[in-house]
Every structure is written in structure tokens, then in C-alpha cells.
Design a protein around this ligand. Sequence first.
Ligand SMILES: [Cu+2]
Length: 500
Amino acid sequence: MTSLIIILSVLLLLIIILQIGRINEITAGLRGEEETEVKNANSNGIWLVIYCAIFLIACFVSAYYYLPYMLGYGPHQAASAHGGLIDNLFSVTLLFTGIVFVLCHIALFWFSYKYRYKVGRKILFMPDNHKLEIIWTAIPALVMTILVVQGLVTWNKVMADVKDGDDFIEIEATGWQFAWNLRYPGADGKLGVKDYRLIKPGKNELGQDWNDTRNHDDFNANELVLPKGKKIRVRISARDVLHNFYLPHFRVKMDAVPGLPTYFIFTPIKTTDEYRQELRKYPEYNIPSDPTDPKSPPKWQAFDYELACAELCGKGHYSMRKLVKIVNEDEYNTWLSAQKSYYLTSVRNTDEDPFKGKNVKIELESKAIELESNLRKALDTSANSGSRTLVLDNIYFETGASTLSNDSEYALNVISKAFTKYPNLKVEVSGHSDNVGEPASNLTLSQERANSVKNYLTSKGANSGSINAIGMGQNRPIADNSTDEGKAKNRRIEFKILSF
Ligand SMILES: [Cu+2]
């Protein structure tokens, strides 16, 4: 119905215009052609000048009206260290093109008024004019040169890669239809290698090579959380089609190209909260964020930085939006420590894990850190003496033998440091076994294993008289020997602090 009304109205309008034209023709016939033409030319000329004035005023008023929403103006100053350079580039370009825009429009409309039809006015035919040609070629060429040179200088500054010894955090953003995967390097600060041939949907989205131990602590984040004031290098790649890694508030924008990794380096200089406080100063951001709910928080409070895909990559393109949070160093570290390694949570000891059933460095290291803190507590004179026995579940022997495996070094190094720190430390090292095999041979093996630990510690400087090594065999289980896990718990070395 509405479209029918619209079609009818347009038709009616056309008929009216047609009729006006015919009336004009008839009156021209009555008055004389020339008189009418002069009159028309006069009124056309005047209306064109009026239109030009209204148009230019509207341009400036609308620009002023939208100033608080435009990047680079009002509260939207760049939130990155390099952002100002890019804003400056836009401002200089806008200045030149703005001058040309205003002057051209004034000239265009003024000329159509000034040189409107007049009785007896002759048209000047000018085939060419060298001087004019030179002027209107030289000025744009000069302006273009200034813009291009400034652009190149800015590009080289913004795109300079990190140098050896630079302090920076490297993360990775991989785009696909339709999501971003954000990968952080974990505690080692290094992203592990990946290979597209290893990609397995739902199991290994990036194709991370689990043989590379640098992958073991990498984690994927749902939001881009970054600390203020730290240099960030983003590795950008795509898995299917072209995407674009765009952080508008940081003036970061780079294509994500399948098969061709790109990068962008930037330093956030405003936390999310600081940016919100800037917005708060503007009345435009003090209205409810949800226009239908007057009780919703004001716009400034609902503001968040965002990551978008700025390439029209398909119909789900819009859903590639992710939240970006810039926080202080402390908050960042708290967030970091709450993140879980993808390998340890989803790959470890599955069929995908090349280290299935074996120790991995990351676990050995975290067990060593745990032991260090337990040992510190055990040697704390203010703590009660009940906690002076430590169960060492991270000392490993070769199967059925008393030879220490290399993986034991993580735990033994922690222990030997205690002997250096406390020269009077006296301990009892006891070996325990599960109930598999003969009790007598279990007793012998546990004694030999305790001896191995003692020998290792004395080789690292501990006094042999301060360590009493004993074998307990299967006599003191701490878990149920009927399950595999229970047996594993029972095969252990205990470290009892006698005095220090
Ligand atoms: Cu995309």
C-alpha cells in the first residue's frame, strides 16, 4: 500500500512539473522568448548562489555537530602512541582538500551567476592558455608531493618493526569466517610454531605443532586484554579469505592475508577507564546508552574499545567483533595468571599429544615452583612443625631401577638450594613403593632410590652426614594400591626436615 502511494505521488509530481513546463512555454509565447529567457537566467543564477551558501553552511554545521563522534576530534583522540601521527596526516589532507572544496564550490556557483545569460553577451572561445595550465598542474602536484612525502615518513615511523632487545609483547590474531582467534604467548613470551597442515577443526584450530614446547603455554583469549604503555606486536594472519585487523581507537588497521603473515606494532596509551573519563566530559555521551531504556548506564560508561574486521569478508562479517580492554600492568598480570594454556587444558595426554604419558617441561617447571613454595613453608620457623614432611611426586627414576631420570633435576635443584641456604639442615629422605612385586625387592629398590637422591644432593654440595636415606618399601602407602593413580602416588620419595 505504502509503495503504491509513493509511486502515485511521484507520478503526480512528474505531471505537475510537465504542466509547469507547458505553462512556461505558453507564457513565453505570449511575452516573447528573449524576455523570458533573461528572467529565467536571473532567477536561476540567484537561486544557485543561495543554494551554494546554504550548502556550504550545512557542510560546516554538520561537521561541527558530528565532531564529538569523529575519530581524531573531540574525545576520540588516538589511544595509541603512534595514532597522533596518522590523525595529523588526515588533518593535513583535510586542510588542503577542504580549501579546494570551498573555493571550487564558491567559484562554480558564483560563475554560473556572474556569467548568466544577458542580451548581447558573447561567449569567449579560449582554445588553450599555457599560464593557466601551468598553474593548475603545478599547485596540485606540489600539494600531492607534500601529502605523499608526509605519508611515507609517517608510514616508515608507524611500520618500523621491533629491534633486538626491545621490550614488547607479541600476540597473534588469526581471522577466519567468522571469528578472530587471539593467541597469547604464555609465560615464555614466545608463540609456538604452527603449520596449516596440522589444523584440525575443534581440536587444533591454528595448526599448532605440539612438538614445539613453546606452544605448551600459549593460550587463546576471548577478549583482547593489553597493558597500558607496553609495546604490542600483533602477528596477523588469515585462514580462508582476506580479513582486516582493525582497532579504530588505536588507529591500527592491517590486512589479514591467507598465506602472507602481516604485523602491526602499537603502544596503547589510555586504559579503557581513562578513555571513558574523556567521553564523560561530553554531553553527547551522558545520555542513556539504550535509547529505549532511560535507566541504562550512560553512553560513556557503556563504552568499550573494540576489534573489528574491516574487510567485507562474507555475510557473517559483523560477528567478528571482539572487545578490547586496556588495563594497568597489575590488572594485566592478574588476568594473565588466570588464563589457561590450551595445550594443558585440551591437548595434554589426548591422542593429539606427542608427549602423552611423558613429562613436559611446563608441568615440571610448575611442579618445581610448587615445591619451592612448600619447602619455604616447611622451613618457616613461625609455621607449625606438622608440615615439615614433603611428598616429592616429581622425582623420577628409570623403570624398575634406581637411576634418576633427567626430569628429576627440576625438583632436586630446588632441594639442593635449601642446603646452601641452611648449612645446618638435617633431613630424612625415604623411598616408598606400591605393592606390585615382592615386598623384599620393593624394600631394596626403595632404599636404593633414596640413596640415589642422597648421592645427587651430596654431589651438589650437601653434607653427606646431614641426609639420612632410608627405604620403606610398600609398608607406608598414602593411597589405594588397587588403582593405577593410587599406585603412582605410593611410588614416591618423602623429604622430612629434622632440623635446620
Ligand atoms: Cu573478516
